[in-house]
Design a protein around this ligand. Structure first.
Ligand code: FES
Length: 121
């Protein structure tokens, strides 16, 4: 574990697919365990300040051709804010709806020895 990494709990503390709020040095983050990967983002929606930990993890829908049914992209997950539905790319933090220049801060997160480590640099 590097000096900028913080242990935020056992991986089993983070139910798969459900956003969890944690605090590191007074900074609120959302931890999202999607099974094969852990994400960490700031717990403040850039729209009007809602807690993103109150939101939902969803799969993005993608239309591949005109007239076809949208396909669920299970490997392309987003975090949706509970207040007005803005969605955020979990890798980049970029908003995918409304104002696409809005962004939520993302952090590097990983699992080591069954513990979730978040790098706040
Ligand atoms: S506060 Fe998050 S979408 Fe409005």
């Amino acid at each position: 574990m590097s000096s900028s990494e913080h242990d935020v709990g056992a991986v089993t503390d983070f139910q798969v697919g459900r956003p969890h709020r944690v605090e590191i040095d007074g900074r609120a983050l959302v931890i999202l365990n999607v099974g094969d990967r852990i994400y960490a983002v700031r717990d403040i929606c850039p729209h009007q300040g809602a807690r993103l930990s109150d939101g939902q993890c969803k799969s993005r829908l993608r239309v591949t051709a005109v007239g076809t049914q949208p396909e669920i992209q299970a490997d392309d997950l987003v975090l949706q804010c509970a207040w007005h539905g803005w969605m955020f790319d979990l890798d980049t933090g970029r908003a995918l709806t409304e104002n696409d220049s809005a962004r939520v801060r993302t952090y590097s997160a990983r699992v080591q020895d069954s513990r979730v480590l978040v790098d706040t640099t």
